[in-house]
Design a protein around this ligand. Structure first.
Ligand code: PLP
Length: 426
């Protein structure tokens, strides 16, 4: 964190700039990738682009060897332009437009998910050679964003869909699921993998040769050391996942089939991007608010980024943000804390970043920093709601990150790509 603060001081004109900033720390993503490879070496991650479609991040992930989970034609086009290979892409939105199916067929994007008959019909007409994963409904009760009300089929529907797919001459090769974003229970993966195994058996009984298990996303974005004691860590999840795969798949089943050739993949989004981005906002205005007794209960600040920009989760999941004043510890020690409200810059009264926020007194023109801002919060439209500007993008490459990229022979192409995105070599 100190490195990032130092980087900000050197790279941003803190006295004059009135724009918010979003800082991408490349080392953080590299570390996440090596943690993944260390703890789940058998499982190839396909990064869920929707979590943060920033091009420099996608470029780094592509060069590290990560595949991509795309939700739309636009996301597929984006990763193909960056150099991703078609076989490293899964089209993992169960509900697809006809045009995106035709596009996928033309670009050899064959791997995709489905969870209903109507989508199978679309696929049969527009991409009959697709390799399909049936997305099943799993228990997501212990997750922050539940997905299984909208996506995934029941076991009964899975059986009917597999039979229908067989009759339609379609190629089902595996099973996908998602235990919900911000999953809080490692057991959810165990239960889901057990269910997937049952669907493998159903499909095998219908004559399909199943070979792909896609365990979705849901992995924590925060590093284990910054999680609360009661929160589940990536290490704990990885252990449960590895054991469950062995328990449910790495044996000969009752019909004598081996799952030797099983490919296990995942679609982590939050995991790769949450901690890699830091947002810097400036205090545009402040108001001291008294109540009717003429007390002075709190201060309201208007910042230059808000719920329509980087702080969307204040609306969607009531996320609690922790502002860090970009002030020296001497100054912080001398200032009094006040109960504060942090507002975004638009005219909308829902544009509230944080209510009841204890914060030392801040003044107009001072900066607040927010860590762990990479997941589902980035805003890359140049001009947003109310004409407010998007954060300026900056890229921080530590010495260590650069050495790793040099060693992998990918530093030069990444560096030349980065120059377009506010990267200045240190
Ligand atoms: C199909 C699919 N895969 C992967 C993800 C990424 O999930 P997470 O950010 O929890 O890893 C999502 C998130 O909505 C999703 O819908």
């Amino acid at each position: 964190m100190n490195d990032i603060i130092e980087f900000n001081r050197n790279n941003i004109d803190l006295n004059n700039s009135e724009l918010p900033y979003s800082i991408f720390n490349v080392e953080d993503v590299i570390e996440k990738y090596s943690q993944w490879c260390r703890l789940m070496p058998r499982i190839r991650p396909y990064y869920a682009v929707k979590a943060n479609p920033s091009l420099p991040l996608l470029k780094v992930l592509n060069k590290l060897g990560v595949g991509f989970d795309c939700a739309s034609q636009h996301e597929i086009e984006t990763v193909l332009e960056l150099g991703a290979k078609p076989e490293s892409i899964i089209f993992a939105n169960t509900c697809k437009t006809n045009a995106s199916l035709v596009y996928s067929r033309d670009e050899d994007i064959d791997l995709m998910t489905f969870d209903c008959l109507e989508e199978l019909k679309k696929i049969q007409i527009r991409h009959p050679e697709a390799r399909l994963l049936v997305r099943i409904k799993v228990d997501d009760t212990d997750s922050k964003v539940r997905l299984n009300r909208k996506f995934g089929c029941s076991m009964t529907d899975a059986l009917n869909l597999l039979s229908a797919a067989k009759q339609m001459g379609l190629f089902v090769i595996g099973v996908a699921f998602h235990v919900g974003s911000g999953a809080q229970s490692a057991d959810a993966y165990d239960l889901a993998i057990a269910r997937a195994r049952q669907v493998f058996d159903m499909a095998e009984a219908l004559g399909y040769k199943m070979s792909v298990l896609d365990i979705g996303g849901g992995f924590p974005g925060l590093w284990s050391h910054s999680l609360d004691n009661n929160e589940i860590t990536f290490e704990q999840m990885a252990k449960v996942v590895n054991t469950a795969i062995d328990k449910h798949f790495a044996t000969i089943d009752d019909n004598g089939h081996w799952y030797d050739n099983l490919t296990v993949m995942a679609e982590p989004g939050t995991y790769f991007c949450e901690t890699a981005f830091t947002v810097l906002t400036r205090v545009l205005s402040r108001r001291e608010v008294s109540d009717d007794q003429n007390n002075w209960p709190h201060i309201m600040y208007t910042l230059n980024d808000g719920a329509y920009g980087s702080f969307k989760d204040s609306i969607y999941i009531r996320k609690v943000y922790e502002p860090i004043p970009l002030l020296s510890s001497d100054i912080i020690a001398k200032r009094q804390p006040y109960n504060s409200i942090l507002w975004g810059p638009t005219c909308c009264s829902q544009d509230c970043i944080q209510d009841n926020c204890p914060l030392v007194e801040m003044f107009i023109g001072e900066w607040l920093m927010f860590a762990n801002m990479g997941a589902y919060s980035t805003n890359f439209d140049n001009i947003g709601f109310n004409g407010m500007p998007a954060p300026v993008y900056r890229i921080y490459v530590s010495y260590k990150a650069k050495q790793v990229l040099i060693k992998r022979n990918v530093w030069k192409p990444i560096r030349s790509y980065f120059y377009q995105f506010g990267y200045n070599q240190q």
